[in-house]
Structure formats: C-alpha cells, structure tokens
Design a protein around this ligand. Structure first.
Ligand SMILES: NC(=O)c1ccc[n+]([C@@H]2O[C@H](COP(=O)([O-])OP(=O)(O)OC[C@H]3O[C@@H](n4cnc5c(N)ncnc54)[C@H](O)[C@@H]3O)[C@@H](O)[C@H]2O)c1
Length: 344
C-alpha cells in the first residue's frame, strides 16, 4: 500500500525535478506532477531523474499537463481527491522577465496560487499545503541584516511582489478555511539542469564562449552577492519538512506564535557575483573578461544582497548545505558534460 500521495506543481522546473528525485529515492510516496511546460519547464529533467533513481520509479509518477491559471475542472479534482500533501513550487521565476512582462507573473504566481488553494479546499484528506517562496520578498538586506520568517515584505520587483502575494493568499486560506499550511523562503539555488538564463549556467556559457560578463554592483561599484544553496541540499530540506511537518509546525508555532508555520532555508555561503565567476573560470581553466554595471536598465529592481536567518530550520535538524566550492565544481563539470543545457 502506498503511504502518501503528493502533488508537486512546477515539477518539470529546476527545483521541482530535484524534489521529485529526493522523494523517489527516500520515500515510497506516489507523485502527481502538475506543470504547464513554459519555456522554463522541461520534461527531460523528470525523465533524467527517473532514470537515475531506477527500479521502476516511473510507475510512481503521473504527469498532468495543466496550467494553474485555469481553475480545476471536476475530472482533475476527482483524480487528485485523495491527495495528502501539496508542494507548490510552480511559478514564473526569472526576475528580469517580470520587469518586462509583469502580467504573466501576476497570472502564474497569484492567480495560479489562488486556483490551487481553491482546489485544496475540496481535497478531503489534505494534510499539508506547502508554498515555496523566496528570500526576495524581503527585499535587499544590507550588511549583517538577516531576515526572520515573519519580517515585513519589501518587494523591489514584480516577481517578488507576486511571490509575496502568493504567501499572503496561503496565510489567508490557512486562517479562513483551516487549510494546514507551511511556507518557506529560500535563498539562491544552483545545480545541474538549471535554465541557462540564470546567473550560474549563463556565466559558465559565457566564459566557455569568451563573452564578456556583466557583474551587477551597488553605486560604489561593489559587486552584488548572494547566499547560495545547492539544489540537492535544498531538496533534502524540503523532504525533511514534508516528512516532519507536525514537528515543524508545532516547533514553529512555539517561536513564531502565528499560523501558518514559516521556515527560512539558506546555505551559509555568501558569494559575490565576481567570486562566482572566478570560481567557474578556475574550474574551466579559461580566463574571462567582465564589466561592472551599477544601473542596468533591464533590471531596475536589482537587489545587491539578500539574507535569511535560517536558525530555526537548523535548530530542528533540517538544514543541509555543502560548501559552495565543492557544489560549483560539480555543477561546472555537469554543464561541460551536458553542453546542450547551456545552448552550446
Ligand atoms: N531558483 C531559485 O534560485 C529560487 C530561489 C528561491 C525561490 N525560488 C522559487 O522556486 C520556485 C521554482 O523555481 P525554479 O528555479 O525551479 O523555476 P523554474 O522556472 O525552473 O520552474 C518553474 C516551473 O513552474 C512551471 N509553471 C510556471 N507557471 C505555471 C503555471 N501557471 N501552471 C503550471 N506550471 C507552471 C514552469 O513550466 C516550470 O516548469 C519558484 O516559485 C521560485 O519563486 C527559486
């Protein structure tokens, strides 16, 4: 007998596919995956991890081609009726695109979350609605500031605002309709099969192709920096939260005294964009050229640094983090072995 049925949205995306892999490896759960296969979604990610896991893992996954912008029809509600947990990762995710086309982000991330929450009200056995959010909802953190789970939102671009809106809808539905919920914020993620538009794969591509890099800076020409977490470590944390949801929710309430539970997930490596480029260049053994840019017309809402206080997750044993220099080494190797992922 299968112990749990999990619905993952955005499973053909970068983070979603790694969560699928971890669940297939570490549980006997059955998975339903919803994705609209935008330009960022790619079924090869799921095919690859199913193959890596082996042992007939494909029998435990059902892929559902569905766009969350549409409400759930009766047939789909019926199929998902016995769902135990929902992990809502699917979203439009690239900040620069949100500056160019905010409407798409409002539709995918706000309306999409609303439609999923509405469906959740109809799932009788639902024990968890997990909304996966971002550190960007808090806006820039200067110097030593690290945001706590319930700090105020301060969106600097449409992407962040739509993710914050999804959070608030989740909170409202938890409080109004009693949907048991959990929200996490996460720092920047890196690893294999990330879309080439994101900073790390794009930097690997540009250095291999001898293209000049653009390094965003503050007004003093200091390069921006990010906390990074490897995608596999993040997936480990997500599965930890799903497996230990009752403890997590109880422990969070003791500290936060609010519902639903919120959890910050972060690596400990704060790396500047220039340092990332240097590490990649060392791995590739190829020199690079770059220009510093303090005001990018394509990224008017570019934040120079984010920061999350992840002491709560660490205190309950759910924090996993490899050293960035090892994670980036494997990532560079993976992309050089799989160059089609960076359009080479
Ligand atoms: N990548 C990061 O560094 C990072 C950091 C913190 C938080 N996040 C959050 O994690 C989530 C996933 O990020 P990612 O990097 O895997 O993104 P991604 O763009 O690689 O994947 C997103 C997936 O969601 C799907 N999707 C988008 N809109 C949809 C809709 N309306 N209906 C169904 N499917 C839809 C896409 O087709 C795609 O497969 C996002 O919510 C993002 O806000 C990402």
């Amino acid at each position: 007998m299968v112990s749990k049925k999990i619905l993952i949205t955005g499973g053909a995306g970068f983070i979603g596919h790694q969560v699928i892999k971890k669940i297939l490896q570490n549980t006997d759960w059955e998975l339903f995956v919803i994705d609209r296969l935008s330009y960022a979604g790619n079924l090869n990610r799921i095919n690859d991890v199913v193959e890596e896991v082996g042992g007939g893992a494909e029998k435990r996954i059902e892929f559902i081609f569905h766009d969350l912008k549409a409400s759930f029809e009766t047939e789909l509600l019926h199929k998902l009726n016995k769902i135990d947990q929902i992990v809502h990762i699917g979203a439009s995710s690239h900040v620069t695109r949100s500056v160019q086309n905010p409407s798409e982000f409002v539709h995918d991330n706000v309306i999409g979350t609303f439609n999923l929450l509405e469906a959740s009200r109809k799932f009788d056995s639902l024990e968890l609605f997990y909304y996966f959010s971002t550190d960007e909802v808090f806006g820039p953190s200067d110097k030593e500031v690290k945001f706590k789970e319930w700090d105020r939102y301060n969106s600097k671009n449409p992407y962040s605002a739509t993710k914050a809106a999804g959070e608030e809808l989740t909170i409202a539905y938890a409080n109004t309709y009693g949907i048991p919920s959990l929200i996490s914020h996460c720092c920047n993620v890196y690893g294999e099969r990330q879309h080439v538009e994101k900073f790390i794969p794009n930097t690997i591509r540009k250095i291999i192709s001898n293209e000049e890099l653009i390094i965003h800076t503050d007004s003093n020409m200091i390069p921006g920096s990010r906390f990074y977490i490897h995608n596999e470590d993040l997936a480990e944390s997500i599965v930890f939260l799903l497996k230990n949801k009752d403890t997590v929710i109880n422990e969070a309430f003791k500290i936060q005294n609010k519902e639903p539970a919120k959890v910050n997930i972060s690596g400990d490596s704060l790396i500047s964009n220039l340092e990332v480029a240097e590490l990649i260049s060392n791995e590739l053994e190829v020199e690079f050229t770059y220009k510093l840019l303090d005001k990018d017309p394509q990224r008017p809402g570019h934040d120079i640094k984010y920061g999350l206080d992840h002491s709560f997750l660490r205190s309950i044993g759910g924090s996993f983090d490899r050293e960035f220099k090892f994670g980036i080494k494997n990532t560079v190797k993976w992309f050089t072995d799989n160059k089609s992922w960076i359009n080479l």
